[in-house]
Design a protein around this ligand. Sequence first.
Ligand code: ZN
Length: 92
Amino acid sequence: MAYYNRQSLVLWNCQECHGTYPMKISDKTPDNTDCPYCNNIKLLPAFNDLRTVYPELAAKWSENKNFFYFYSISLSCTLFLALRRRSSSSAA
Ligand SMILES: [Zn+2]
């Protein structure tokens, strides 16, 4: 049998969206107003994703071009941070 205190991080099930999310017992409210999916803070596929909420907008989404667009941005940021880390460590 596990024991928890008010600061324990535990998993909760939302009755509204059926998502599961971690939250401290002390932060939990009796209603579902703290659910990160219902409040659109976190993404829950088939509940608050673009395709479910705005299907007409999602139909215009360019799957391939957005993949390469975000992949290239992510790669650029990684290279920038690596070069910055390298130059700052060599300067020190
Ligand atoms: Zn919810």
